[in-house]
Design a protein around this ligand. Sequence first.
Ligand code: X90
Length: 275
Amino acid sequence: MVKFVADSACDLKEYPGICFETVPLSISTNERNYTDDEALNVHEVLDYLEGYNDRSYTASPSIDAWLKAFEGADEIYCVTITSGLSGTYSGANVAKDMYLADNPDAKIYVVDSLSTGPGMVLLLEKLAELKSQGKSFEEVCSSIEKYRKRLKLYFSLSSLHNLAQNGRVSKIIASAIGFMNIKILGTASKEGTIEQVGKCRGNNRMIEKIIEQLKSNGFTKGKIRICHVECLEFANAVAEKIRSIFEGVDIKIVPARGLCSYYAERGGIILGCEC
Ligand code: X90
């Protein structure tokens, strides 16, 4: 059986037509632990965190959770959030080695997305497409590595509080936004870490900045996937502007699950595209 597995940073809960399972990261404070599974109420977590003034943090999925997701499969494609910001990728590899020790004939490929949310979605879609074309395990692995190089990730955030609190961006950069409607546009570096592209005020200016970036990266008409943290209207406005400029572009928008919501925070969007 062929199985596709990803951690919950991919923002999908299901993927019709393939055998797909997600493995949850977790979000914690000193008093609560949330598992980013199908049942998590993201809205409630965001409300709670907004009123909570002490430290909060996240953790990668347990090895056990990976093993459960792999169970029963003999060909597994697994996509993780960037190894540049999380131990999830190495955890998945530990699980892979353990699974292979018990199932020596199985094949597992763990893809380090060097990205998150929509970047992971694009990789999953490509994996599913390659498999539906009847490609062998080896062919899928080499094609997906090439495909990953074509992907770009952008994010527009209104607050970097949780990223800074957890040491994923510098406190100096974080303190420069989050007031007077100042937003940051960031991108994933080649190493899968956070790189600042620019700052601006207001949604309209941000949309212009995103378009500038797409143009300068040579984007023409590939796929774009967007996740949003309780700001569907803004995500729709971004999509509409992109469609008005790039003909034939294929855009899909989903709400972020817990992990991306925690870090991108309310009002944030993450956009992945093929260049
Ligand atoms: O292992 C863990 O506890 C998870 C840590 C994840 C840290 C960052 C997640 C970021 C999610 C924010 C903007 C996107 C940045 C992606 C750059 C590659 C969303």
